[in-house]
Design a protein around this ligand. Structure first.
Ligand code: NAG
Ligand code: NAG
Ligand code: NAG
Ligand code: NAG
Ligand code: NAG
Ligand code: NAG
Ligand code: NAG
Ligand code: NAG
Ligand code: NAG
Ligand code: NAG
Ligand code: NAG
Length: 551
């Protein structure tokens, strides 16, 4: 460029022009080669965080890592749109209109004009009652995939039937199934076929609820419906036993990531799991998590949180090769005690030893130790630099806890899956006027009450996902909408809830606090199930998600 400028003043115009053109051409060529190289080097498969580049930046600028990442929503594998999870073997076939009609037309040996003469007498076990209800559900709950129904049973009145079924939500990328049971009032149409007169609310069909297996049938029959328990969850810790010596393991000591934010945890954990998969080794996993102070009621870091409170360990077990740290140590010690020849261990002191260098290592255990001072002791540093080209974070392995997802279904179901949502990000960002100059004002009660009605019709169910701690902050919206906040559903994790019982069991019979991180997970997933979604960034404010000048 400098050369170009100096030649301009001395050379004749024609020559100068040719030189200019060739210079420009060459620059364009060099630039495009450079760009291509840069893209080739930095290309990463998509991950669920839209702002992953910003995240990489903040994680590299270590001291601000927990501060600037968005902590009001949390995406996990089930929220990634780019990788629809393959249907696992043995998945049930969704129920479709055609399927129902086929089975209906098959019933040639049954009287079509059933009991129309004796109006009011509904036989709930008549298959046509079920077909009617199935068709009704398909019409009403378009967001759901229905998987299997149980035969309807009598409701509380002669014209009522209770039905139980399992379903999936189309917006959820996981293949998890949830259960609902409702009460339907059945009537007849003019041509004497069944119709649904009225459908009960979420979990209203108490008689169709599956009884608990342990109930003693000879015991006196108390008229209290047994509690629903999700018998489908199996997140017990797998046992290695005699298989131990046949395995190859990758073991990470605790690093500087411990007690950092949960985004940091995910970023690091998935790096480690990615390396284990690259090395074709079983990852030795510490199920004990330290929850950072930003999420706890005590505002102090809290250790000893179980991974299974937050994530779906059953799914992880199925899709990744892992072993729990305690089990692993026990088996290792047992082996070394019983055998002369000790287990071979390769200790790796620094993240600077790349996964590629370890690929050929035959040791039974590769043990990465993260003893260096921060930020040299973060797990995710293993995946930096050239390793980024070889290691892919297995996002699909990390789903949210099904116990939390049951709460999500319960909240969405209680609004009949017919709700809109607004995501209101406040918290630290609203206070930081330097990075987000307008956020606070743009999410004020007055701003919300003028802006939200331009996007959402009045008197809809409106779920507000937010990190604003003050419950009454959104009261002004209540004169326009049926407002729902997470705290309206406290009973779902209160001490009489299924969640409470099950997490207490997981936690050696100590009650588990429904902490800030769980709130974020539930808020996120309810938000994603809304029909219309208003986002803080893009819809409510023109401030950038990651701070000033980042968009
Ligand atoms: C971290 O945050 C502080 C205070 O907001 C700021 O002064 C500093 O420049 C930030 N550091 C980096 C690397 O972004
Ligand atoms: C139709 O009925 C026959 C015998 O009754 C059964 O084998 C077949 O599976 C049925 N088909 C459907 C679609 O239900
Ligand atoms: C059909 O209904 C008539 C009377 O309503 C009865 O006589 C007949 O047995 C029924 N057929 C079957 C297959 O149920
Ligand atoms: C109800 O329908 C089922 C299935 O069609 C039949 O087996 C049963 O006998 C019927 N019950 C009454 C009371 O009609
Ligand atoms: C269901 O109700 C019908 C009449 O409404 C009755 O004949 C039948 O026995 C009841 N079934 C059960 C399982 O209670
Ligand atoms: C069920 O109840 C009967 C009589 O009350 C009792 O003898 C039996 O031991 C009970 N069974 C279980 C599994 O509790
Ligand atoms: C739970 O899963 C483990 C494997 O992780 C299996 O060994 C165990 O039998 C399962 N338990 C039940 C009740 O299905
Ligand atoms: C991974 O390891 C297992 C057993 O440890 C072996 O059977 C398999 O072939 C290995 N796969 C690759 C791609 O190295
Ligand atoms: C549940 O909590 C309430 C108040 O928080 C308390 O009064 C009650 O005793 C608790 N019940 C149980 C079973 O712990
Ligand atoms: C939770 O456990 C308590 C005590 O074991 C029991 O009384 C209660 O019914 C259970 N609640 C649910 C929802 O499972
Ligand atoms: C929010 O903003 C995005 C991007 O501008 C737009 O596509 C979307 O329709 C907006 N949402 C609503 C509810 O208006």
């Amino acid at each position: 460029m400098k050369e170009l400028g100096s030649s301009q003043s001395t050379d004749p115009i024609g020559q100068n022009l040719i030189k200019l053109i060739s210079n420009v051409c060459f620059s364009v060529f060099v630039f495009s080669v450079l760009m291509f190289t840069v893209i080739a080097i930095t290309y990463q498969p998509p991950d669920p965080w839209e702002s992953s580049r910003a995240l990489t930046r903040v994680f590299t600028e270590v001291e601000n890592a927990t501060f600037k990442t968005d902590t009001s929503v949390l995406k996990t594998g089930e929220d990634i749109t780019s990788s629809p999870g393959a249907s696992p073997v043995g998945t049930m076939v969704p129920i479709t209109e055609e399927g129902i009609e086929k089975s209906e037309s098959n019933m040639t040996n049954v009287n079509v004009t059933a009991d129309c003469s004796s109006v009011g007498l509904i036989n709930c076990s008549d298959p046509r009652v079920l077909f009617t209800i199935e068709k009704f559900n398909l019409k009403v709950f378009k967001a759901l995939v229905f998987l299997d129904y149980q035969t309807p049973v009598n409701g509380s009145k002669p014209d009522e039937c209770d039905v139980s079924w399992r379903f999936r939500n189309k917006r959820e990328k996981s293949w998890r199934k949830y259960r609902d049971f409702r009460r339907f009032q059945i009537g007849f149409t003019d041509d004497c076929s069944y119709k649904v007169v009225h459908a009960g609310r979420w979990h209203s069909g108490l008689n169709a609820r599956r009884p608990r297996p342990r109930v003693n049938s000879t015991a006196p029959r108390v008229k209290i419906a047994p509690p629903v328990k999700d018998e489908d969850i199996n997140d017990t810790i797998p046992v290695l036993g005699s298989d131990f010596k046949n395995g190859k393991y990758l073991y990470y000591s605790r690093g500087g990531d411990y007690c950092k934010g949960m985004n940091h945890f995910q970023w690091s954990f998935l790096c480690a799991l990615g390396e284990a998969q690259y090395l074709n080794r079983t990852f030795v996993m510490d199920l004990s998590i330290c929850l950072a102070s930003t999420y706890t009621q005590s505002h102090k870091d809290e250790e000893g949180k179980d991974f299974r409170f937050y994530f779906d360990f059953e799914h992880l077990k199925e899709v990744a090769s892992i072993v729990e740290e305690g089990e692993f140590h026990q088996d290792w010690r047992k082996w070394d005690k019983a055998h002369k020849k000790k287990i071979s261990v390769r200790k790796v002191a620094s993240y600077k030893v790349t996964p590629m260098q370890l690929k050929k290592d035959k040791s039974t255990i590769i043990w990465r130790q993260f003893d260096a001072p921060e930020p040299e002791n973060y797990w995710y540093r293993v995946c930096e630099g050239s390793a980024a080209k070889y290691i892919q974070r297995p996002w699909h392995a990390l789903w949210k806890s099904k116990r939390l997802m049951n709460i999500v279904s319960e909240i969405s179901g209680s609004m009949d899956w017919d709700f809109d949502a607004v995501h209101v990000v406040r918290g630290e960002k609203a206070q930081n006027k330097k990075m987000w100059p307008h956020l606070d004002a743009d999410t004020s009660p007055d701003a919300l009450v003028t802006k939200v009605p331009t996007m959402i019709k009045p008197w809809r169910n409106l779920y507000i996902a937010t990190n604003e701690p003050f419950y009454n902050y959104f009261d002004k919206l209540r004169s326009h909408y049926k407002v729902h906040l997470l705290d309206d559903y406290k009973h779902l994790w209160g001490n009489t809830s299924e969640w409470y019982n099950e997490t207490t069991l997981l936690n050696n019979n100590h009650p588990v606090e429904f902490d800030g991180y769980m709130r974020v997970e539930v808020d996120t997933e309810v938000l994603y199930r809304a029909k219309t979604r208003v986002e803080t960034f893009y819809n409510l404010t023109s401030d950038c998600k990651d701070g000033i000048n980042t968009c």
